[in-house]
Design a protein around this ligand. Sequence first.
Ligand code: GLN
Length: 547
Amino acid sequence: MRQTNYIFVTGGVVSSLGKGIISASIGKLLQARGFKVTIQKFDPYINIDPGTLNPYEHGECYVTEDGMETDLDLGHYERFTGIRTTRHNSITTGRIYKTVIDRERRGDYLGKTIQVVPHITDEIKRRMLREDEPGEDLDFVITEVGGTIGDIESAPFMEAIRQLRWQLGRNAVCVHLTYVPYLKAADELKTKPTQHSVKELQSMGIQPDILVLRTERHLDDSMRAKVASFCNVDLECVVQSEDMPSIYEVPVNMQHQGLDAAILRKIGIPVGDSPAMRSWHEFLDKQRKATREVHIGLVGKYDLQDAYKSIRESLNLAGIYNDVKTRLHFVNSEEVTRENVADRLSGMAGIIICPGFGQRGIEGKIIAAEYTRTHDIPTFGICLGMQMMVIEFARNVLGYHDANSSEMDAQTPHNVIDMMEEQKSITQMGGTMRLGAYECILKEGSRVAEAYNEHTPSATPQAPRSVRERHRHRYEFNNRYQAEYEAAGMHCVGVNPTANLVEIVEIPTLRWYIGTQFHPEYSSTVLHPHPLFMSFLRACLNANVSC
Ligand code: GLN
């Protein structure tokens, strides 16, 4: 059994400093040095998981292979490191309390008074140490704590970190991220907020080992020296994180500043050779060289960068591997009408019809799907997007003008998208969905089979290809209509072998018109962009047409 080391990443001054990217970068660098790593996120809110949160609150909901709905930072962890996270990598205050309260109800505490310290903090510690995953044999567990220090709700997490540092000695390292504002009028960078943030941390009994200063301007050595001496941190442990043209430059920038080496020295591990980052550098080179642009429309209802984070990143990555810069344009589906659709989509080489829940904006998605189908513009429908392609086809090709999903119209006689029988009895919000990775058998000779084969060559090309993709939905393609769809030209080309559920539809006579019930965006990574995004992007480039 190897010695596991623990890195705690906290943030001060303001939120949204990029703790997720720094945690993912540390993970990447340590992994590239040959260490076995995982990264986990602790969020101080009371929701059991972010599954029921509106994307305006915390951005997209990311889904792990084992079906946990999590914070979007797990997407960064997976994209940077390629590791597969699980339900043990995303914890909220709500889950911690629920575990403790359930235990209390079972009588496990034998009549004791249950308190934040020690019961809640013990449960946090247990999860920070990943005691539910005893066989993992990791070199490093990186724990990112959401929110900012000084918040009432993050106090128990800080107390848990304080205790763990004491308990683990050199095998624990605290990395603290702060913001260094630049005051334009004075033409000065201000380190005072950093000093205050560190003081706050110290008042909770935590001395940070390493400071990462987020700054828009370069900090010279004298500023770093000032921070080091005020905050009791070695000069080499004051690292700056300047704004980068791309988040994928951050690991390399952190390596140049010696962040990974500083962590190793703190723990007492020989620093050794530099991390093996060859493929990462090749990727960055491609990114820098890509100048030609491709314009893709995201037809959805959330005008917010983070709402479709994994889709955006998957498209960016696929663009880079196709030597182009992907320019994404949000198209508000609530505003799309028959009259303005040509205008709203004009100049797009392809469109994504985004996932989503509920009625709002769906008619615009259906109109967009009709427009791109009839104009042969590459189109990728994801989850609700796929369902809208299916509904559009029923209305305009099969002639069922009232076709709908029973999510939107429970009474429709033509419920081409419907709820599975097993789901019908479950009414409680959260936990009623098909979540996580399920198998899908690809139809031989289909466009999707071709796309998967081209971008991830199969060991046995003659066998029907099976893939595993992640889901997050309640409704499904209604198999009663399958024969009609097939006959009219929309083919069901991916099917779940156990439940016989349709996972992928395509219209093979068009350039690229594919809808997936699953979310391929969750498994696209920097070094392994998803085959379907690669294939979609290539089709957009080759089509040489635009709306
Ligand atoms: N609302 C749809 C369903 O529940 C699609 C969900 C999604 O797009 N993730 O089936």
